[in-house]
Design a protein around this ligand. Structure first.
Ligand SMILES: NC(=O)c1ccc[n+]([C@@H]2O[C@H](COP(=O)([O-])OP(=O)(O)OC[C@H]3O[C@@H](n4cnc5c(N)ncnc54)[C@H](OP(=O)(O)O)[C@@H]3O)[C@@H](O)[C@H]2O)c1
Length: 258
């Protein structure tokens, strides 16, 4: 997959300490030539020394990745900056930047409301947020433009909503039936315009100049090649309006409760 990525101009890798063996795997394969963005998990409760814990986590991450520094370090749980250890946590992150272990600091968010709570107190270099045909909150709330105006690098994820938007209509799990009207509209559009779902999904974030990177998830080199192919072509018709703000649909963390 990294060979496919390299050969097709993909220059950034998104991982996280919490993503199982992914950092170790990337370290073994080698990430030369890529910008690596990783994420710091939630701080444990009752930490005696926040700074030492952050430094230890990041040192271990760099060792697994077999690199001296990473391009980006994001907080996987940004709300912790609002908690009692918030100021210490931010200070510890800044220290990593001063040491040259991290180039850009930021947060991975689940909703733009997190930014409203954080930006009065903290400044970030990089924000990763969900953005897709169904969840367009980042744009609609004005945060996309605001971040861009403030010089913050924007990475968007969930372009395929964890693959849900790529499934044949008949394969969509029944727990998503409350949104049948939306699935019908999407699959009608795909049928009417002879387009691929990959192409339709990618066209939206790729059309927004404010977005610096569109994070894609793929399970194989073949899938990644399909994504690259779809990203290089544009749908023949205007995209359908599938916007929905129902958290139960747009936040995959809530799907287990459906
Ligand atoms: N042709 C095809 O059929 C085709 C082609 C391409 C992709 N796909 C499918 O689409 C999926 C990706 O969709 P997407 O890009 O829209 O994903 P996404 O919604 O951004 O979902 C990825 C989320 O999964 C979580 N996650 C847990 N473990 C992870 C790990 N080891 N690495 C990365 N993320 C991890 C992350 O949650 P946190 O945010 O909490 O970190 C991340 O946000 C692929 O997995 C594949 O199944 C299918």
């Amino acid at each position: 997959m990294l060979q496919v990525a390299r050969a097709n101009g993909i220059d950034t890798l998104d991982t996280a300490i919490a993503y199982g063996e992914s950092e170790t795997c990337l370290g073994e394969v080698g990430t030369q030539g890529f910008k690596v963005v990783t994420k710091l998990p939630a701080l444990p409760d009752d930490l005696p020394d926040v700074g030492a814990w952050v430094q230890q986590q990041v040192s271990a991450s760099l060792a697994r990745l077999r690199v001296q520094s990473v391009y980006g370090l994001l907080l996987h749980r940004s709300e912790q900056l609002q908690g009692p250890n918030g100021a210490l946590l931010y200070q510890a992150l800044r220290a990593l930047k001063d040491l040259g272990q991290v180039q850009k600091l930021g947060v991975s968010i689940y909703s733009p409301t997190e930014l409203a709570a954080l930006t009065p107190r903290y400044r970030f270099d990089l924000v990763q947020a969900p953005f897709n045909l169904i969840d367009q909150r980042l744009y609609r709330t004005g945060w996309m433009q605001r971040l861009k105006d403030d010089g913050v690098e924007i990475h968007t994820r969930s372009v395929f909503l964890q693959g849900l938007m790529l499934m044949a209509q008949a394969d969509i799990p029944s727990k998503f039936s409350p949104w049948n009207g939306l699935w019908h509209m999407w699959h009608r559009w795909l049928a009417d315009h002879d387009g691929s779902a990959l192409q339709g999904c990618l066209a939206l974030p790729l059309s927004r100049p404010e977005i610096d990177r569109v994070v894609v998830g793929a399970d194989s080199a073949a899938q990644l090649l399909q994504i690259v192919g779809a990203a290089n072509t544009r749908p023949k018709a205007d995209l359908p309006d599938l916007q929905c703000e129902d958290e139960n649909l747009i936040n995959p963390a809530l799907w287990a409760t459906l």
